[in-house]
Structure formats: C-alpha cells, structure tokens
Design a protein around this ligand. Structure first.
Ligand code: UTP
Length: 275
C-alpha cells in the first residue's frame, strides 16, 4: 500500500566534524554497517521498497553503497569474506534506489519537498537515518506506523517522551489522547524553550506523510533558524485535516550526537551484532 520511502540525507552533519568533512554522516558505521543501512532495512521490512535519497554535496558514497561494486566483489568472490557482503546484497536485491539533489540546505521541510519528484501523489515514509531505531521484541518502528496508517489513513508522526530539559532539540506536539500510545495532534512547536513547550512529546525521525503535505510545504514560509520546517507544515496539515502522533514501541538513539552514537554502538554490539 505504501511503497515509497524518502531519506533526506543532504544535511552537513556539523556535530560530527571533522569526520563529516568529506563523508556523509549517514555512512558512519554502527559496528559494521553504516547508519543509513539500518534505516533502509527498517523501510524494506515495512514493505517500503522504493527508496529515494535527497542528497547534497559530498553524498556520493551513499549512492555507491547501494550499488554493486564489481571490482571488490570479484576480488573476494569464493573467499570466506564474501559472506560479509550478504547483508548489503540482500538490501540491494529487495529495493530500488533513486536520488534527487537538494541544491541548497533550506531545511528538512524543503528537503522533503525536493523529494516530491521521487514520490508523486501517494503516501510515503520518511526516515531520518541518524535516528537509529530498534523495535526490539516488536516490529520495526516504520512497520508499526504502517499499521497505524492502515487504520487512520492520515499523516502519522512517531513520538517519544523526552526529559523537559531536552525539548529544545525537537519538534514537540500537543494533542488529544486517543489511546495510551496515540494522540490526534492539535499543536506543534519546533524546538521550544522548556517553559514554552506544550508537552514533552517529541517528534523523532520517522514519518508517514500523505502527499497533500507537498502543497502545504510550498506555502510554508521559513521558520526557526530561517529553515523551512516540516513541523510548521505538519501543524497546518493537522489544522486542515488530521495528523496522528504515535508513541512507538522500541528504542531510539540520536546518532547525530556523539553520545547517542556511542550508546547506539554499544547497544548494537550487544543486542544486534552478536545475535
Ligand atoms: P539535522 O538537524 O540533524 O542537521 O537534520 P544535519 O546537518 O544532518 O546535522 P548537524 O545538526 O549539522 O550535525 C535532520 C535531517 O534532515 C536532513 C539531514 O540530512 C538530517 O537527516 N536535512 C536537513 C536535509 O536533508 N536538508 C536540509 O536542508 C536540512
């Protein structure tokens, strides 16, 4: 039903400089796989097999990663090392990969609008690969959200509770509670000061968006930090129709920050890699 997933990967990743000076942040490895690999696997597991990247300068490595490397494969073919490529080969077999380019970094909302050419007029997923999510004993977060979409047929954003002193890093929602893990959004604020935050329910980097969002983004002026904020567009969408916020099951790591990246590496080594 939903088959496309957009990966906005055009950001500079300044929090990881100098590592990200000449390589995309999304290619930083968590144990033995780059961050973006985990995000794409999560999308494929949710049935979203048409993968679209919104890239920028210095992002060629992402396209190369999701393509065959004949020289390397030829070199290790028949050796014990061939098995090390089985994960990425499997991902490449299961999906299609397209790219469009955001020529100016005008914000996440603008990056998503840039992806319209890859999406067209259908609902789609969005994954910010630096938010690394594990469903643990549950399905992946995007799979859980697809189930929500089947019920409500409207935009779904993933949320989690954050400590009050962290709200300034996120888009924060307020809404009418439908069930323990589900809110119908009535308000959204991008990176509020703790005293201005309506709740501590933070939007994380997983979305299912209905395609009317593109027209709404087109009409959204630059907001916080002079960037076109997806949060501002989502608030308009919530006012016009319906946006649901879903408290997902599982664990999330902010791999755009050093601390989150280290925590994710330790978790992944113990709970994913060794299994
Ligand atoms: P971030 O706020 O994490 O920015 O963007 P960043 O540049 O990646 O990292 P820092 O803060 O400088 O360290 C959130 C997501 O939106 C994408 C980024 O690639 C990231 O996945 N993004 C942001 C774009 O694709 N284009 C933009 O203009 C802005």
């Amino acid at each position: 039903m939903i088959k496309k997933c957009l990966f906005p990967v055009a950001g500079y990743g300044t929090r990881f400089l100098p590592a990200t000076k000449a390589m995309p942040k999304e290619m930083l490895p968590i144990v033995n796989k780059p961050l973006v690999h985990y995000g794409v696997e999560e999308a494929l597991d949710a049935g979203l097999f048409e993968i679209g990247f919104v890239t920028g300068r210095n992002k060629r490595a992402i396209n190369d990663y999701f393509d065959t490397n004949y020289e390397l494969e030829n070199e290790i073919s028949g050796s014990g090392k061939e098995a090390l490529l089985s994960d990425i080969r499997d991902v490449i077999d299961r999906g299609t990969f397209s790219t469009t380019r955001q020529s100016e970094m005008l914000g996440l909302g603008h990056a998503i609008l840039t992806g319209e050419t890859l999406i067209g007029d259908e609902p789609f997923g969005v994954v910010l690969a630096d938010d690394l999510c594990f469903g643990q004993e549950y399905d992946g977060v995007l799979s859980q959200m697809v189930e929500m979409y089947k019920q409500f047929r409207c935009t779904i954003v993933a949320i989690e509770e954050v400590p009050a002193d962290q709200v300034e890093k996120f888009g924060i929602i307020a809404g009418d509670m439908i069930r323990d893990d589900l809110y119908r959004v009535t308000d959204m604020v991008e990176k509020p000061k703790p005293e201005d935050a309506p709740t501590n329910l933070a939007i994380i980097g997983r979305y299912i968006l209905t395609p009317d969002i593109f027209d709404i983004i087109r009409d959204t002026p630059p907001g916080k930090n002079g960037e076109v904020q997806i949060t501002d567009a989502l608030l308009q969408q919530a006012k016009k129709g319906c946006v649901m916020a879903y408290k997902f099951k599982g664990k999330r790591f902010d791999c755009g920050s050093i601390e989150g990246f280290i925590d994710a590496t330790n978790y992944c080594y113990d709970h994913v890699y060794k299994k």
